[in-house]
Write a protein that binds this ligand. Structure first.
Ligand code: 2HG
Ligand code: ZN
Length: 466
């Protein structure tokens, strides 16, 4: 983009939004022009840091008038490039909108500005003997606005669902610069289209979330965590079935032996048990009384006798539970230095065995010599397939190779009625493949919806679809 255009936009911001914090410093442009996705070079024109709904509105009204593309920016922990600004856009950061607006003990809702960090919401709820169940490895830096825009999932979807299930109300500035108040925290509201749900998971393409009311729930009973060495992927399905029938599972995660090795190496973790196994399951279950633990141990014995698992450990304290979780939650960070190419796939839970068998075969033929790591949220049908870049390849060659194999992976996923993005979103990186999960008719309707909320195409343009 021409320097002249950038200067023009920056002058407009300075003139029409006096008092708005704006930065064009190289380091800020770089840090706020991207998320955790690699493969793209950040290049925004400016980063603005509004402090109020009024300031956000002023920016959007200006952008609508002058067709300035805006990229919303939260904790920037996304993995599909949804928050990348690589074409001179203006980044709207919510770092200065971190206030807790209201807590209503009767309604059990917490109303927050979009920049509030996920973990802050969890802690705030906990201090009031309540619980916000959405949880994932990046919760210490991800922001609620981004969680909502991407309908974040994480590790407890099996028990508590996705972010969508915890949003009671939203305030949004749409692409016309108008404030929409969606649902206002009501539990029941049968008054037509629920616009709130259009914004959830819209990846910032319809409007900017400026306030959210989150639902809180009862504090769950104490839990236990088990790490099981599972003999094969086929056995994993039976292990899941068995434990799921007997216990109230709050998570059922898996990792391959290769993923285990990387996480141990990256975080200097001791071996969790003697010997290695092709796969591990990390499960968490509600354990309100000692009898539940006995039940879990009976399941363990049964699976052991049947040869489905070969070893396992169970937590006896919160510290031990947290230590066991590190084997699963630390993987993504541990493999970052190896420039992983990420696929975030999902099928129905019952479809996992057949899907994995086909996928495994395809990957072995298409990526010979590449290291492929499997991990993910088995209990909700979501698998993270990470391919590590061979040292001998440049990043460009690697991305190109992965891009060549993607159509086959996604066609296979489609044939199993799955999704090419379970929880990371489409963003920029998966945009070329959206058609493998959504029909032309679907995409056409989505374009129509975008035109209603964002007629000037200024809201995260180029993300999700063109
Ligand atoms: C996880 O489940 C995150 O750990 C990241 O969704 C997944 O690194 C990934 O591919
Ligand atoms: Zn995940």
């Amino acid at each position: 983009m021409k320097a002249e255009q950038r200067n023009n936009w920056n002058n407009l911001l300075n003139t029409h939004c006096p008092g708005l914090e704006t930065s064009t410093e190289a380091a800020v442009l770089e840090s706020h022009g991207c998320d955790w996705t690699r493969f793209r070079t950040p290049d925004p024109s400016a980063v603005v840091f509004p402090r109020s709904i009024e300031e956000v509105t002023a920016v959007v009204v200006l952008a609508a008038e002058h067709r300035i593309p805006l990229v919303p920016s939260g904790g920037r922990t996304g993995l599909s490039g949804g928050a990348i600004a690589d074409a001179g856009e203006v980044v709207v950061s919510f770092d200065r909108m971190r206030r807790i607006v209201d807590f209503n003990a009767m309604d059990r809702t917490l109303t927050v500005e979009p920049g509030v960090v996920t973990q802050t919401v969890q802690e705030y709820a906990q201090q009031r003997n309540l619980y916000y169940p959405v949880s994932f490895a990046s919760e210490g830096s991800s922001q609620i606005g981004g969680n909502i825009a991407s309908n974040a999932g994480g590790i407890r979807v099996l028990r508590y669902g996705l972010t969508r299930d915890w949003v009671a109300g939203l305030k949004v500035i749409d692409g016309r610069g108008e404030l929409l108040e969606c649902n206002g925290g009501l539990v029941k509201n049968a008054s037509g289209y629920d616009l709130r749900h259009l914004f959830i998971g819209s990846e910032g393409t319809l409007g900017l979330i400026v306030e959210a009311s989150l639902r809180l729930t009862d504090t769950p009973p104490p839990s236990r965590v088990m790490l099981l060495a599972v003999s094969s992927l086929e056995a994993m399905t039976n292990v899941f079935h068995h434990f799921h029938d007997a216990l109230i599972l709050t998570a059922f995660e898996i990792l391959s032996d290769a993923a285990m090795n990387y996480v141990r190496q990256g975080h200097k973790l001791a071996a969790p048990m003697d010997g290695a196994s092709p796969f591990y399951a990390l499960l968490e279950f509600e354990c309100p009384e000692p009898a539940t633990e006995d039940l879990a141990l009976q399941c363990f014995e049964h699976c052991l006798e049947e040869g489905m698992i070969v070893d396992g450990v169970i937590s006896q304290s919160e510290t031990q539970a947290a230590d066991l979780w590190r084997y699963r939650e630390g993987i993504s960070e541990a493999i970052t230095p190896y420039t992983p190419y990420k696929n975030d796939l999902s099928v129905r839970i019952s479809g996992i065995p057949a899907y994995l068998q086909d996928l495994d075969r395809l990957v072995k033929t298409q990526y010979p010599g590449f290291e492929v790591l499997w991990y993910g949220h088995f209990g909700d049908g979501n698998l993270h397939m990470n391919i590590l870049k061979p040292e001998s390849m440049t990043v460009e060659e690697f991305e190109e190779t992965c891009g060549r194999v993607n159509p086959e992976i996604f066609a296979l996923t489609h044939s199993h009625q799955g999704s090419i993005s379970a929880e990371h979103g489409i963003g920029l990186l998966k945009k070329p493949y959206l058609g493998y999960t959504r029909s032309e008719a679907d995409i056409e309707r989505m374009r129509g919806i975008k035109a209603v909320f964002d007629p000037f195409n200024i809201m995260n343009p180029g993300k999700l679809f063109d």
